[in-house]
Design a protein around this ligand. Sequence first.
Ligand SMILES: Nc1nc2c(c(=O)[nH]1)N=C([C@H](O)[C@H](O)COP(=O)(O)OP(=O)(O)OP(=O)(O)O)CN2
Ligand SMILES: [Zn+2]
Length: 121
Amino acid sequence: MYRISVESHFDAAHFLRGYGGKCEQLHGHRYRVMVKVAAAELDDTGLACDFTELKALLKPVLARYDHTLLNDVPPFDGINPSAENIARVIYEALAPEITGVTLESVKVWESPESSAEYSPD
Ligand SMILES: Nc1nc2c(c(=O)[nH]1)N=C([C@H](O)[C@H](O)COP(=O)(O)OP(=O)(O)OP(=O)(O)O)CN2
Ligand SMILES: [Zn+2]
């Protein structure tokens, strides 16, 4: 099995409703996002999945959230924009777009020290 990943980022503000601490206040992050896919075989070019194509699929998904207040952007107007929820929402947006390889997980960093990763199993 081959596993490959691409990374990108977006900048956004958020707050965590009901958190009961400092993160309930409006603040911002440069969110780093890693997408991992797996493939059993390589194509004739020797690629499991073209990094460029994968990044092109990720770009419009992250553009929905870049330079926004996440709490105003669906579905985060209804669920908290935690790193966990952001990772799952990005996974679910990407999954239908990815063909020929398996989308394994999406990982979101709020800071260099703090991240959440979502995979459906
Ligand atoms: N499991 C999670 N815990 C927390 C999340 C989250 O998404 N998932 N988010 C937050 C806040 O968004 C907060 O911005 C991040 O908290 P923290 O890393 O503690 O804050 P700092 O970046 O200011 O780090 P310091 O080490 O305190 O400087 C909280 N928890
Ligand atoms: Zn935060």
